[in-house]
Design a protein. Structure first.
Length: 136
């Protein structure tokens, strides 16, 4: 969880130094990065951003259950300052966690099933097989 928050913070700092002084104050306390201070940093950067940001999180389903719950809690805190795009397989605890985290906000779920991608997989396989050479 800390790594996600740190990465988002770093990416925002690469785009603009708005909020850098406040983040630097947190850094200068000497405390090791943790969920609370990284949420604070990210919150500062999002509030000071010149435009509303979109944060992307891929593979949330690959985290263990307790980590998913922490991420959902963090999303609840930062969702009022940014749009959030989450890519994940549908898991019951994740659906519940996101619903609770984003209950006061409008959010949409797009579901892509195997049948949605069957044609793409077939076309790729045919194009791969039609090559005159093979890598083994």
């Amino acid at each position: 969880m800390v790594a996600v928050l740190r990465t988002w913070s770093w990416q925002l700092l690469l785009q603009s130094d708005d909020g850098l002084e406040d983040v630097e104050k947190i850094y200068n306390t000497g405390a090791e990065s943790n969920r609370v201070n990284m949420e604070d940093c990210l919150g500062i950067l999002l509030r000071k951003a010149s435009a509303r940001r979109i944060l992307v999180l891929d593979g949330l389903d690959e985290c263990d259950t307790s980590e998913r719950a922490k991420i959902c809690q963090s999303l609840a805190l930062i969702s009022s300052h940014a749009k959030i795009l989450v890519f994940s397989r549908e898991l019951n605890d994740l659906s519940i966690g996101l619903s609770k985290a984003l209950d006061s906000q409008q959010w949409a779920r797009l579901q892509i099933t195997e049948t949605d991608t069957d044609r793409d997989a077939y076309n790729y396989s045919i194009s791969y097989i039609s090559y005159d050479y093979y890598i083994i």
